[in-house]
Design a protein around this ligand. Structure first.
Ligand code: AMP
Length: 273
């Protein structure tokens, strides 16, 4: 497994792989890796593929009061996992390499970035779209892999490659959960044992709603009334527009975000109305 700490090293390694006729499969992450990230690698580990992972905690997608500085950084154990998972190349840029200037031209995620998580994290999806465009330009992958856990993010990336004409196939990988149903997340390690139990209320509500979407109002009320849990949002939305669905039939996403202590957690399931 090769490490690229500079843009030049990354470009040389990718060019060599392309010359060998390999498909470039790219998995962007912020590190603090878990089974969810590993499932993306497993999907990317195809015959004749060269698997590139990036680990970069992107300052542009964090708000001023969010957890950028304390976001878990676990590079040594991440690299051990990536070697076992047979990743070919890991790109490890610093903020200075990605954003050498004080100001930066940003990509706007548009209206899809203003709803759901975008409402409580203004500018977040512009930060995501900007770093992903940069990473796509640097890596020039054939395919890129994103988790369904961040449903809104993968939808925005799908629109981004269409609207900005990137010749990249986006592949969305199902959410990996702990045995008790909690979606795996780098932020789960912030939770105390007691907070972790409280966090389970979100997936449990989503699983009930997936079977009985008509219970929506009751479950939302119950979630909002749960002690030591602050409900950010719980919504049933159209899977393409992310706009609230009331009665229409079709594929919907039931998405929620909660705060447990200082930790913000998100989750979603898809359902047919
Ligand atoms: P992150 O490092 O949290 O930015 O996530 C990097 C990628 O891993 C994103 O595409 C996420 O959607 C994906 N991911 C994170 N958690 C999970 C999970 N539990 N299951 C599947 N994919 C995930």
């Amino acid at each position: 497994m090769k490490l690229a700490r500079s843009i030049n090293a990354l470009r040389l390694a990718v060019a060599a792989a392309k010359k060998r006729g390999l498909t470039i499969n790219f998995v962007p992450t912020m590190g603090a890796l878990h089974e969810g990230h590993l499932s993306l690698i497993k999907k990317a580990r195809q015959p004749k593929a060269f698997v590139v992972m990036s680990i970069f905690v992107n300052p542009l997608q964090f708000g001023p009061k969010e957890d950028f500085s304390r976001y878990p950084r676990t590079l040594i154990s991440d690299l051990r996992l990536l070697r076992q998972a047979k990743v070919d190349l890991v790109f490890l840029p610093t903020p200075k390499i990605m954003y050498p200037e004080k100001t930066v031209i940003k990509v706007s995620a548009g209206p899809l970035g203003d709803v759901l998580c975008g409402r409580s994290r203004p500018g977040h999806f512009d930060g995501v779209a900007t770093v992903v465009v940069k990473l796509f330009n640097l890596v020039q992958p054939d395919q890129a892999f994103f988790g369904a856990k961040d449903y809104q993010q993968q939808l925005i990336i799908r629109r981004l490659v269409t609207d900005l004409n990137f010749p990249i196939k986006i592949i969305t990988v199902p959410t990996v959960r702990e045995p008790d149903g909690l979606a795996m997340s780098s932020r789960n390690r912030y939770l105390s044992a007691r907070e972790r139990t409280i966090a389970l209320n979100l997936p449990q509500a989503l699983f009930v709603l997936q079977k009985n979407p008509r219970d929506f109002s009751r479950l939302k009320r119950e979630l909002a009334a749960t002690a030591n849990l602050k409900l950010d949002y719980l919504e049933i939305v159209n899977s393409q527009t992310l706009l609230p669905v009331k009665s229409a039939k079709g594929q919907v996403v039931i998405a929620g975000a909660i705060y447990v202590g200082k930790t913000r957690l998100i989750d979603n399931v898809t359902a047919r109305l």
